[in-house]
Write a protein that binds this ligand. Structure first.
Ligand code: BTN
Length: 282
């Protein structure tokens, strides 16, 4: 006979998003003022970038139950299932120099793993620069897009996809080993409360980041503690080059410091990182 857990895993966990629950959680914050929900959308990032060019205020949030053309980094697609995961983008207009923008991706990743921990008990890690991992499996990803005019940041759109109540199947054509909160815990989590918790944390971190020339020692320490690649042998592919080395740390601007196999110290602000397995682990 099929166990209860198995039956649960096979059932359909799709549920419409309850916007009122999210708005209740976001009262008084910068993210509660302008929340746009769409049942189905092409991509929350593409939609919000269009709005960003029309003077929409900082803090605008776009959430969708489904994306027909969800985007990942480097032109990849982002797959999800209707009503089961979190798909959202936020609009920021930070007064920081463009070379510090990557800090915001790290801050969103940190807010994401903290909220996931709080709501589900899962201890996820950041795979620099934009992935959230649980063990060897991807739980979420961030797509950071921005516009800079004459050296001034006009807007930043941070989009996040987080696998919540999903049971990814083979037919989903996923590019990576993928997990979800449900797969890890066998418990369903309220997407609205999770997003509310995440945005509240992000807001607190964001204020801290804006208030300082460099993000506080606390952030710097925490995203290194929560890094899935620290002190590991990695390969970074930037599109222009492929560099091997050991991940030595993530600096206060969110850049990765790599000690290359030639012994050089190099910094990267973006790229695709893969961890190399030791011979004994293969
Ligand atoms: C990645 O891991 O490559 C980044 C994935 C980002 C996916 C999210 S889902 C919400 C937002 N809208 C998009 O089209 N992409 C981001």
């Amino acid at each position: 006979m099929e166990s209860e857990t198995l039956k649960k895993e096979k059932s359909d966990y799709s549920e419409p998003f309850d916007l009122d629950v999210l708005l209740g959680a976001l009262k008084k914050g910068i993210f509660g003022k302008n929340v746009i929900f769409r049942d189905t959308i092409g991509s929350t990032n593409v939609f919000l970038k269009e709005l960003a060019q029309r003077d929409l205020p900082e803090g605008t949030v776009v959430v969708a139950d489904e994306q027909s053309a969800g985007l990942g980094r480097l032109g990849r697609q982002w797959f999800s299932k209707k009503g089961e995961n979190l798909l959202f983008s936020i609009l920021l207009r930070p007064r920081i120099p463009p070379n510090r923008l990557f800090v915001l991706t790290m801050v969103l990743a940190l807010a994401g793993i903290d909220a996931v921990q709080k709501m589900s008990g899962i201890s996820a890690k950041i795979k620099w620069p934009n992935d959230i991992y649980i063990g060897e499996k991807k739980l979420g990803g961030i797509l950071t897009e921005f516009a800079v005019k004459q050296g001034v940041v006009e807007y930043v759109v941070l989009g996040m996809g987080l696998n919540v109540n999903w049971s990814p199947q083979a037919e989903h054509r996923l590019l990576y080993p993928t997990s979800s909160i449900f797969l890890e815990t066998h418990k369903k989590v309220s997407r609205e409360r999770l997003l509310g918790n995440l945005l509240k944390r992000f807001e607190a971190f964001y204020e801290e980041v804006l208030g300082e020339v460099n993000p506080g020692e606390g952030f710097y320490k925490r995203w290194n503690e929560k890094s899935a690649i620290l002190e590991k042998s990695v390969v970074i592919e930037t599109g222009k080059e492929r560099v091997e080395g050991v991940a030595a740390g993530i600096d206060q601007d969110g850049a990765l410091t790599l000690i290359t196999t030639e012994g050089l110290e190099r910094k990267f602000v973006c790229g695709d990182v893969s961890v190399q397995l030791n011979a004994s682990e293969v």
